[in-house]
Design a binder for this molecule. Sequence first.
Ligand SMILES: *Cc1c(COP(=O)(O)O)cnc(C)c1O
Length: 361
Amino acid sequence: MEQRIHNFNAGPAALPLPVLATAQEELLNFKGSGMSVMEISHRSKWFDGILEDAVVRMKRLLGAGDNYQVLFLQGGASTQFAMAPMNLLPDGQAADYVNTGTWAKKAIQEAQILGKKANVPATSQDRNFAYIPKNVSYTPGAAYVHLTSNNTIEGTQYNGFPDTGDAPIVTDMSSDMLCRPVDISKCGLVYAGAQKNLGPAGVCIAVLRKDMLERVPKTIPTMFRYTTHAEKNSLYNTPPCWSIYIVGLVLKWLEETVGGLDKMEAQNRAKAELLYKAIDKTGFYKGTADKEDRSWMNVTFRLGSEDLEKKFVAEAEKAGLGGLKGHRSVGGCRASIYNATGLDAVEALVSFMNDFEKNNG
Ligand SMILES: *Cc1c(COP(=O)(O)O)cnc(C)c1O
C-alpha cells in the first residue's frame, strides 16, 4: 500500500481507492457466483444487476429524466467523433463544431471524413486554445452544436453550457463528466471515454436524449447505430463487462462515499483553487489558460524553461508525484486532478512546488 503514488495522470487516471479495494475483494468470487466478473456471462443475473445499477446511478447523478437513455459502448470517445455525425447529422444539414482544442479538432475531422457539413462558428486557435470562445453566433437550423466541455490537453473548461437556441448540444465530456452538477437538459448527446473521470479504459458512456434516436438512418452498419444499442440496452453484443462493473463501483462511491455531486463539486473546487493559487503566487509558475476558463480537472502550467520543466517532472516523480508531464503536443506541465485525486494529493503537490521554487527560483 505505501507504494501508491499521488497520481496526476491524464488518462487512464487515478481510481478511488475504495473502488479498487472492492474490486480486489470481489475479484475471485463475485457475490457468491463462484466466478470473477470477467468470467460471468453478460446475459447472467449477476451482470444484469451490475448494468442496471450503473445505469440507474448514472441517470440519478446526471439528473437525467426518463427521456434519456444511458449506453455503454466501445471504441472510446474517438469512435463517438464518427458515430455522432453518422447518426445525428442528416445529409444536407449542417452541424456546428466549436473548436477549442486537439479533441475538438479530431471531432471536426471525423465529421468531414464522412462528408458531413461541419461549420466552425468559433475557434480559440488564435491563442493556442487558451480560452473558451464566448458570444458565439451559431448557424441557424444547425442539427446540433458540438462542444468539448473540458479540454484535457489545453486545460480549459466550459463553465456551464452556452445557449445554443433550438440546436441540441452534443458534448464530449470525456474529462469532466460528473465533476460537478450540470444541467444536461439542452443536451441531445453527452459522451465520455471512462478512463479519465469515470473508470477504467474500455468503455465509453453515451447518454442520449431519446428524440435523437429518431434521426438515426438505417443505412449505417449495425454496430455504429445508436438505435442498435438503445434497443438492446447495451447488450446487442458482448459489452466490456469488467469496465462497466468498475464504472458502477465509481458511481456508487460518488453517491455513497463522496455524498453526491454537490459534495464532489466542493472538493473539486477546493483542489483547483489551492493549485491555481500556488501557480499564481509569484510568477515562477505560469498558468497557460485564461483565468476565467481554467479547467478544474486538468491544470496546465509552464516553468521558465523546458529544462526546468523536465527537472520539475523528474524530481516530482522521485517525491511520489506522478504524471505531471504535459501532453506531448503542447509540452509544459499538467496536473490532472480528477474526482479520484484527493485534496491530500494536491496538498502534497503544492508543498513540492513551493520547495522546488525555493531551490530553483
Ligand atoms: C481522452 C479524450 C478523448 C479520447 O478518448 P478515447 O477514449 O481515448 O478515444 C476524447 N475527448 C477528450 C476530451 C479526451 O480527453
